[in-house]
Design a binder for this molecule. Sequence first.
Ligand code: SF4
Length: 113
Amino acid sequence: MEIEDKVLRLIKSRKKGILQNELWKKAEIDRRKCSRIIDKLEKEGKIIREPETDNGTRTFRIRFLEKKEEKIRDFKLLLVDDLIEPCAGCALECIPEHCMPLTEWVLCLVDEE
Ligand code: SF4
């Protein structure tokens, strides 16, 4: 969507973010449409919205969400061959020094290298 890209570009262009009450004017769209686009972008994890007061008026500061701020979920790091790291989701009473599943997984890890 062209207008959505325009809004995102405007947000991205401001290092410290842009106030929502300024954004809709710069994007040349009405407040409601701007609000809907912001909701969508926020749900998609592309921006964050923080409450702020501007000249006594409550608004939001909209910031582009940098990649480094996104949660990185690389589950491949938990895998050795096809064996998942055993502590993930483990409900056993934990004594790591005597844990066979962990020992086996670590041995697979060593073998892989
Ligand atoms: S070390 Fe063993 S017992 Fe402890 S959390 Fe990991 S898999 Fe479970």
